[in-house]
Design a protein around this ligand. Sequence first.
Ligand code: SF4
Length: 472
Amino acid sequence: MTAPTTASRLVARARRALGDLEARTRPLNADTEAALARRWEELPAAVRTPSQLLGQRSSGCEGTHGVFPRCNFACSPCYLGSEANQVRTDAAHTVAEIDAQMSYLRDARGADQHAQLIGGEVTLLGPEAHAEALETMMAHQRKPMSMSHGDFDYDYLKRLAINPDGTRRFDFLRFAGHFDSLMRGRRDINRPRHEADLHPFRARFVGHFERLEREHGVAFDLAHNMTVTPANIDQVSEVVRGCLDLRFGMMSFQPAAYVGNPRRWSGDFHAVSMDSVWAEIEAAVGTRIPYEHVQMGDPRCNRSCHGLIAQRHWVPILDDRDPRDLAVRDRFLATFRSFDFERPPLTLAIALARVLVRDPLALRGAPGWAWRLARRLGWRRLLFGHPRALTFVVHAFMDAKVVTPAWELMERGERAEDPEIRAAQERLAACSYAMAHPDQDRLVPACVQHAVLDASENVRLRELLPISHTRA
Ligand code: SF4
């Protein structure tokens, strides 16, 4: 056999490089396209609307479960079951479980989907194990977001993101910090009396990431989460106003539901509606916030609006009353389906060029939309006001007492007679937030996980990872 010549080795290397470039700049992902098509088919007809993101742009959000159930806070309400704190946080268990769950989600839901590292307090993992968990999720092409109470020091974040030799372990981190006055246990403010008392802690949380970016070049995307009950609904506006200058990319509000630990329930949670929370957000930003033109799953579960903010002036990125903006939305959803915009700039530019080669009219209407958006925001703010994206979200979980019978009937393939239970079935069928059970070869809605499955899962975990074995 003759040895390959230098020229043939160069040709082989060039072929490999071209193949790699072709894959990285491919506009759409075939697996994700198939997952989107399946998701669209599964959706109830009532939510298969032009505004629907599920099945058109996203196969749904994802979350981990049973990977680190413990938390060192005591909140009212709390979605964790009472057994959760009797399970030890165990890095090996966490990473192995995450690997199995994310692998399943990659197969079922395609690539590049957003996945929450959730199910207890993530920082109890320690920075090394936390980093390993994120790397495991990314290895399965998930976009992980760590869900935390945000009560950690800069040193923790630095050890998570930066290797001991000073190089970056991550170029980009996504974190959600949960801050509200219903939480108990935060250092320096164990029992906040008002939401405003937490503003310095919100600022400190964001400040950690700004410092990490400044000192080590790690970019970030932050969400602010808040549980809403009758005790703090009238302070939602205060929270939004207090956060407008902080670099949160999302503010998400969860009206409380009767799920999780019943000893942590108090007051009439049903007195808080999506409308009442939305009205508070609108009062804070001083404008109407449209939401019906872009929908994730069932409108009884989710409400959201993507916008831009500069100098405390917030505008929606789409004007729901302008048919030209709605046409741009339709064209975007038809063209960019599984397109991943989170790529290095040159790779992104080539991928976009490939979209245009395939469909030269793909961006028709986009310049006009950009012009109108810039005018809404104001040219001065756009150019000098450091504009950034800010999305408002309300996500309303369901009570365990409706989810349990709804799911039992769905498991038997039956439709509920009771209108309340049937509504829960409709919402579960259009669920946008799934958790994986690879051992049972299925995904379940997070509502089902918390209302039906968490209790027995935590009992099993308590036997597997008893707290008495915890080492100091
Ligand atoms: S987890 Fe529950 S509330 Fe959330 S989208 Fe799914 S069914 Fe709706």
